[in-house]
Ligand binder design. Structure first.
Ligand code: SF4
Length: 268
């Protein structure tokens, strides 16, 4: 981006982001901080939630724990049995060996599955420790540390990433991995959990990948992408060969908007 408007500069500050979070939380919240799983269970739950819906991952987690009782038992179990238990959650062939490997690596490195010590570490060290486990990237590490241990670690999923780009909180060329560090530095540590839930809800319900509902958007007055989406809505792109045949129908090729989703946005 060659130059940033005053609005964009103002809203990328902690105060500006805090205002966006407050507006979204007022609309979609409240989002009370509820006790979640302990960190080892959260690790397993996070692996089960990768590339599947919340409902399916919750079901797979319940089935896994019903069958094995404890994570120590899961660590000792045959991969085939783990796979059978979590099949309803999807991608069981990939996730079953990963879960077993991760649990055994934690046991090897830590002597137990008690990961509460991560909460005492400096945040960067805790993230590094988790990211050395297979299948744990920045988003998964952020979820485990923020949701389970209450640390101000950022977890950027596809919805949050899209909303942040459209609101110009991050530049158009910032990757999702880099976005974690940028947003973690920009968001008030006390508001990271609220930020996560507000932005993800906004992305799912209003600022959708296709056809964001800018007319019904609580942060529209702060959004530098709104005018372009509204213009597209009034002058919809018609795919060549799919016009209604009436004189005057304007057919143009599909073009990608600056803040439109990238290919990775197929994740639920
Ligand atoms: S105005 Fe539109 S593009 Fe901007 S945040 Fe709202 S829904 Fe998303």
């Amino acid at each position: 981006m060659a130059s940033r408007s005053l609005t964009e500069d103002r809203q990328s500050t902690p105060a500006g982001i805090s205002r966006l979070v407050d507006l979204m939380a007022e609309r979609y919240g409240p989002f009370p901080e509820e006790p979640r799983l302990d960190p080892a269970h959260e690790v397993v739950f996070t692996i089960l939630s990768q590339h599947t819906s919340d409902t399916n991952s919750a079901r797979a987690f319940s089935l896994l724990m019903e069958r094995f009782g404890t994570l120590e038992s899961v660590a000792r179990a045959d991969v085939a049995d783990i796979e059978e238990a979590i099949t309803p959650g999807g991608l069981a062939r990939i996730k079953a060996p990963r879960i077993k490997e991760v649990l055994n690596l934690v046991l090897e490195r830590n002597g137990s599955l008690d990961l509460s010590f991560l909460g005492e570490m400096p945040l960067e060290e805790a993230k590094t420790w988790l990211r050395e486990l297979p299948g744990i990237g920045p988003k998964s590490a952020g979820i485990i540390l923020n949701f389970s241990l209450g640390l101000p670690a950022m977890a950027i999923d596809t919805h949050i990433y899209r909303v942040c780009r459209r609101l110009a909180l991050i530049g158009p060329k910032v990757t999702v991995d880099k976005a974690h560090g940028i947003l973690e530095a920009a968001v008030d540590p006390d508001q990271v959990y609220q930020f996560h839930l507000s932005f993800i809800t906004h992305g799912r319900q209003v600022c959708k990948a296709q056809r964001p509902q800018c007319r019904d958007c609580v942060v529209a007055s702060d959004c530098p992408s709104r005018d372009q989406f509204m213009a597209e809505e009034q002058d919809p792109v018609v795919e060549p060969g799919r016009g209604n045949g009436k004189a005057g129908t304007k057919a143009r090729s599909i073009k990608r908007l600056p803040h439109s989703p990238s290919a990775e946005e197929g994740t639920p």
